[in-house]
Ligand binder design. Structure first.
Ligand code: ATP
Length: 246
């Protein structure tokens, strides 16, 4: 186990945002948290990094766990002439070779010398990802890393993540609204709506009544796309025969 949330209850003022939420992340897995707006997804990640405290429950971390966290938003003063390359020197200076390799791996090699303030949303997220990789994390926590990306852009981002996981052996926990792409890119999906509604393999979650209730007709399309993608993978053509009835 890398990290585990155990029975977290979190309140913001009088509102209970997380009700008894438990979640475990194992080494090397890619887990995606999906859920409607305001369902507590960011709050859960912030608890895992220790930026928010639950009123009850706890977070258990493996000893010496290194986390690379990419927040949903990061405000950078547009008047600061900070290039992507220089941004990677915060909080600790890194060599050009290290910075270059991280930017390449995150798919942002071509924006190294551009000012952070000029980057598109997708480029910006990729530079943040490069910064997170430089910490050599055991666990990458990404809060809506593909917001604002179109579907091919999001798919490309997930391919970068797969490669990063393969090299670093890290686990990935992310929040995403990209139901379509997420379903094929995750080992496990957790559907959150203040509490964990359902969780499991993407095919199991997308067939779950609680998930369908939250995401409506989108759920069927998601499943179709998931099946479609796997039908094209050599090893997975007959992987989940039960999909056929769903
Ligand atoms: N600092 C805060 N003070 C008070 N309420 C907050 C605070 N941060 C979040 N909330 C409230 O807590 C609830 C959960 O917010 P959270 O950001 O965790 O949801 P989310 O699932 O990440 O949403 P989204 O998909 O819109 O990003 C929301 O109702 C939000 O308004």
């Amino acid at each position: 186990m890398l990290i585990a949330a155990e029975h977290l209850v979190v309140r913001h003022g009088r509102v209970t945002v997380l009700h008894d939420v438990s979640l475990r992340i194992e080494r090397g897995e890619i887990v995606t948290v999906v859920g409607p707006n305001g369902s507590g997804k960011s709050t859960l990640l912030r608890c895992l990094i220790g930026a928010e405290r639950p009123v009850s429950g706890r977070v258990a971390r493996a000893p010496r766990l290194r986390i690379g966290y990419v927040p949903q938003k990061l405000h950078i003063d547009a008047t600061l002439p900070l290039t992507a390359r220089r941004f990677l020197d915060l909080p600790r200076r890194v060599s050009d070779a290290e910075a270059g390799a991280a930017l390449e791996e995150a798919g942002a090699g071509h924006v190294a010398e551009r000012p952070m303030a000029d980057l598109s949303g997708g480029q910006f997220q990729r530079v943040l990802l490069a910064g997170a990789i430089l910490r050599r994390p055991d666990l990458l926590l990404l809060d809506e890393p593909t917001q604002g990306l179109d579907q091919p852009g999001a798919a490309g981002f997930y391919r970068s993540l797969e490669a990063i996981r393969a090299r670093l052996g890290c686990a990935v926990l992310m929040v995403s609204h990209d139901l379509h792409v997420v379903m094929s890119a995750s080992d496990r999906v957790v559907c959150l709506n203040g509490h964990v509604c359902c969780e499991g393999h993407p095919s199991v979650v997308s067939a779950a009544p609680a998930y369908r209730e939250l995401f409506g007709t989108g759920a069927a399309g998601t499943l179709a796309l998931y099946r479609h993608e796997h039908d094209h993978a050599d090893h997975a053509a007959h992987h989940h025969p039960h999909h056929e009835e769903a």
